[in-house]
Design a binder for this molecule. Structure first.
Ligand SMILES: NCC(=O)N[C@@H](Cc1c[nH]cn1)C(=O)O
Ligand SMILES: [Zn+2]
Ligand SMILES: [Zn+2]
Length: 483
């Protein structure tokens, strides 16, 4: 049985429906800004995107602060200014609870040549689907909070909460600078915050909304192996030296086996044991392994039971090898021995695992494997800034009940409470620094292709998701103030 939607929300929902085309146009403009945080050459685009949103917040009468968060040190030793972070406030009524919403305005890289069917930075609509980088992760959800404020204003309804916005431009590159900013603003901007909401993840499937109370953490590593001062002809030098690429591949091959088991000793030591209560949680979750695989077309999933697959995504660490910089990767054949290559891999962390401990285990493992390999070459091993532990909240908190009611008003279904395998480092900072309940309210679907080719957001998710945010604000307004 679901709860009935309060009539007060009707004018908001009507406004959102009526203004759908304009909201889509706004997203089209946002997508056209190529705010790729991982590309130093497009840093000005990230800054442009930050100001694009800041100006809109100002137009909504928010008090907007553009916060400088310092410099980024790039792997080649040069430095680059980090994009500023937006901290904005709307309302300061001591009788209302204060909600802080977080979003990120940067995106993952995307090139048409990667296999996109549309131009990644030009929003293209096909039936109910809007294709474009950032539509789902995270420009669509981030700008929807602004549309919600607009809807409340247009319906001449007082905002049910004091609203604070924390929008950054480096999430896809480890949220550099953000943690320190939050710490420095703990007793000022964040002092009165009662609840935190992040809309930056996805439904577990394609049909049923969910509310998310856990994320994995992340450590990202670079392993560089060098063998010469310049690239070499393999006909002249092949067989005469230890090759950097062969050494790198040999070491990468010692990290994870074909069943996904991480081979670094002691890596599973800290992982929380599964309790019978936890096991029973998975049974009721609405999740189809067939649908999950149908979308990606993998020859075989590593798990044959729903529970085991969900546990592998939510509560066990996983290791992925992402790429090799410096390796020949163009089409055609080139008989080259690369002089130096950088292997890039990461591990998703789970509760109890700490980045410092994990880094130490990896460093020791690589040192040992390098000795076994016995190569004459040299290597450097680095953990990138922004490593973060996992985050887990308490879904029995009234904040989660409020969000569940909001889902029921819009979708007429009781949502599942889920965890997710991705990482949003700031979720834990909000929980630890602000000490308040954090909740993830996803807008998009599991098949939105975040980080992949043909990222999309369904128009229906965009529109109903905006209504969900409006209904959620209403319900949070009914909660107790915490401070
Ligand atoms: N929508 C959240 C997300 O995609 N987070 C990234 C975070 C990241 C990327 N590189 C470093 N951190 C993720 O990969 O989970
Ligand atoms: Zn995101
Ligand atoms: Zn992302």
């Amino acid at each position: 049985m679901t709860v009935k939607c309060p009539s007060k929300l009707k004018p908001l929902f009507d406004y959102i429906d009526k203004n759908k085309s304009r909201f889509i146009d706004n997203l089209k403009n946002a997508v056209s800004i190529q705010s790729v945080s991982g590309d130093p050459n497009r840093r000005n685009e990230v800054v442009k995107m930050i100001y694009w949103v800041a100006n809109r917040l100002t137009a909504l009468n928010a008090t907007v602060e553009i916060c400088d968060v310092g410099m980024q040190e790039l792997p080649d030793g040069t430095t680059l200014k980090l994009p500023p972070v937006i901290l904005a406030s709307l309302g300061d009524d001591q009788r209302k609870p204060t909600l802080c919403v977080y979003g990120h305005l940067d995106v993952q890289p995307a090139n048409r040549s990667d296999g996109w069917v549309t131009e990644p930075f030009e929003l293209e609509i096909r039936d109910d689907v809007m294709f474009g980088r950032g539509t789902s992760d995270d420009k669509g959800p981030a700008i929807s909070w602004l549309h919600v404020v607009e809807a409340y204003n247009a319906a001449t309804l007082d905002l049910p909460v004091n609203l604070k916005f924390c929008y950054e431009g480096m999430e896809e590159s480890g949220s550099e600078g953000l943690h320190e900013l939050l710490l420095s603003k703990k007793d000022t901007f964040f002092k009165d915050v009662d609840y935190v909401c992040i809309s930056d993840n996805y439904w577990l499937g394609t049909k049923k909304p969910c509310i998310t109370y856990g994320l994995r953490g992340l450590c990202y590593f670079f392993l560089q192996v060098s063998c010469a001062s310049k690239d070499l002809h393999s006909g002249i030098f092949g067989g005469s030296i230890n090759e950097a690429m062969s050494d790198l591949i040999a070491i990468l091959d010692t990290l994870v086996d074909k069943d996904g088991k991480i081979l670094v000793p002691k890596i599973y030591d800290e992982v929380e044991p599964v309790t019978p209560e936890e096991k029973s949680l998975y049974e009721s979750i609405d999740f189809s392994m067939e649908e999950y695989n149908q979308d990606i077309d993998s020859p075989q999933l590593l798990h044959d039971k729903k529970e085991n697959l969900l546990m592998a995504r939510w509560r066990y660490p996983s290791l992925s090898i992402h790429g090799i910089e410096g390796a020949f990767s163009e089409s055609g054949s080139k008989t080259v021995i690369p002089k130096s290559v950088i292997g890039k891999f990461s591990i998703r962390l789970v509760p109890n695992q700490q980045p410092e401990t994990v880094e130490k285990l990896f460093r020791e493992h690589i040192e040992k494997q390098w000795k076994i390999r016995g190569s004459a070459n040299s290597y450097t091993f680095t953990m990138l800034p922004g490593a973060a532990p996992a985050w887990k909240s308490n879904p029995d908190h009234p904040h989660y009940e409020a969000a569940s009611k909001a889902v029921q008003y819009v979708y007429n279904i009781v949502p599942d409470f889920t965890r997710e395998g991705g990482s949003i480092p700031v979720a834990l900072t909000f929980q630890d620094v602000i000490g308040k309940n954090v909740l993830l309210l996803p807008m998009g679907r599991s098949d939105d292709n975040a980080h992949s080719q043909n990222e999309k957001l369904n128009i229906s998710n965009y529109v109903e998701g905006t209504k969900l945010m409006a209904a959620y604000l209403y319900e949070v307004g009914l909660l107790e103030k915490v401070v």
